[in-house]
Design a protein around this ligand. Structure first.
Ligand code: LLP
Length: 419
């Protein structure tokens, strides 16, 4: 499904013109397609049809309540990494039992909240965390459901910042330590062993490292079974890559086939924690050209200064990520095209959305930065005291502002402002 397409020469999100949204809500604004989210969710379910699968949407990818509600309505569980994300999920009425809690630094406050609410599983990242969870559960007279996150030491072949399954990464425990931790957990009255998990990295383009990791986890499952420690679920994390430019989409069908073959006859549920795959290409960041700065001499560059910046979409600056930038109004004449750097108003040369794009631009033009549905708004900041953008969710020919634009007063409210 192509959620953003030209109709009568104007880019639309499903049935709604992006010009209409820009006029109604202003720019910059994130625009998401509900139908796209639903289709992607179904695509994963289809590929995993042979398996007893639960999709736990990785809230960190896009945590807007409107987006979370879409996935809750589809029956998704949620993968969270903070007390804040837990509160978001609870606030939309999702069942705590469908929540898994990942992350290397769970605080006492976060653990207590999760225990009191009765989440589905703690994905434990270290021996020290296991001790802390057991102690808090005992104190609160609860039994904590746990899974141990294994660091399988496989190379996911992705950007170093988002690779998480190598031994030099901070995540999980080595496979060789796992059995001891499970024995300890099984012996504790405050812990209940439920699963085993991993997440080896994000934006993965091949199935092989995931299959390798799955085999390593299943070997541990079998060893535990022989020790009479039963594992109810295997959680393979997220990581399914998407196409930002002309990359091949992650081959979900093959992944499903590999997982089914590896799991075989074992009585085990499969959990997945996809984020990017579900939302990245279902969102755009809509921005307007403020000024054009064509080159002063042949050695200079052409800059198009737009009203969105690195504080709105950090991915290009942080990971040198490539996002396509397209005009909202189709350009009649490619002859007017020039090579532009699309930059924001923030006072840093690292503030760019795209380098060297061939576009025919005029001041006032609307541009759509594509593939911005994942790790866009969630990584935004108030740098330069800029308000975060609004967010809009489109459904067919309707749209709804699911987060209003942040005002400067929203920011000042939190600060002490007296003599
Ligand atoms: N589960 C765990 C434990 C994770 O750490 C992550 C992502 C996911 C699931 C979801 O991964 P996905 O399916 O979205 O690949 N900010 C970066 C991506 C950071 C990913 C961190 N962990 C970016 O903009 O590319």
């Amino acid at each position: 499904m192509q959620p953003f397409a030209l109709r009568n020469g104007v880019l639309h999100a499903e049935g709604v013109s992006l010009e209409t949204i820009a006029e109604a809500v202003g720019t910059p604004v994130y625009v998401y397609s509900r139908t796209y989210f639903e289709n992607r969710y179904q695509t994963i379910l289809n590929a995993m049809a042979k398996l007893n699968v639960v999709i736990c949407y990785a809230v960190k990818a896009n945590s807007n309540l409107g987006v979370l509600r879409c996935f809750a309505n589809l029956g998704a569980g949620f993968d969270i990494v903070s007390g804040g994300e837990l509160q978001r999920v609870i606030s939309i009425g999702a069942a705590p039992a469908r929540v898994v809690f990942s992350g290397v630094g769970k605080s006492v406050t976060e653990i207590d909240l999760a225990l009191k609410l009765g989440i589905g599983c703690f994905n434990v990242e270290s021996a020290a965390e296991l001790d802390r969870i057991a102690a808090r559960a005992e104190l609160l007279s609860k039994v904590a459901p746990i899974s141990i996150r294994i660091n399988p030491d496989v190379d996911a072949n992705t950007h170093p910042y988002i690779s998480t399954g190598l031994k030099e990464n901070k995540f999980g425990v080595p496979a060789t330590h796992a059995i001891d931790l499970y024995r300890q957990a099984a012996a504790s009255e405050s812990l209940s062993v439920r699963g085993i998990d991993c997440h080896i990295g994000s934006q993965l383009d091949t199935v092989a490292p995931l299959a390798e990791a799955c085999a390593i986890l299943l070997e541990i499952v079998d060893q535990l079974e022989s020790l009479h420690i039963h594992i109810e679920h295997i959680d393979m994390g997220g990581g399914l890559g998407v196409s930002y430019r002309d990359e091949e989409e992650f081959d979900l069908e093959t992944y499903g086939r590999h997982l089914a073959a590896l799991i075989g006859e074992r009585d085990i549920k499969l959990l997945l924690e996809p984020g990017r795959f579900l939302v990245a290409n279902g969102g755009v960041l809509l921005t307007r050209v403020e000024y054009l700065k064509p080159q002063a001499t042949p050695e200079h560059k052409n800059f198009a200064v737009v009203d969105a910046a690195m504080n709105d979409l950090l991915r290009p600056a942080l990971y040198q990520a490539w996002h396509d930038v397209v005009p909202v109004k189709a350009q009649a004449d490619a002859a007017d095209e020039q090579c532009w750097d699309i930059v924001g108003p923030v006072c840093e040369s690292g503030d760019f959305l795209a380098h060297e794009r061939h576009l025919a631009l005029s001041a006032g033009d609307l541009l759509a930065v594509l593939s911005a549905g994942a790790y866009g708004m969630v990584q935004s900041s108030n740098y330069n005291t800029r308000g975060r953008p609004a967010e809009v969710l489109v459904d067919g020919s309707n749209f709804q502002v699911v987060r209003r634009r942040e005002t400067t007063m929203d920011q000042l409210r939190l600060e002490l402002n007296e003599g």
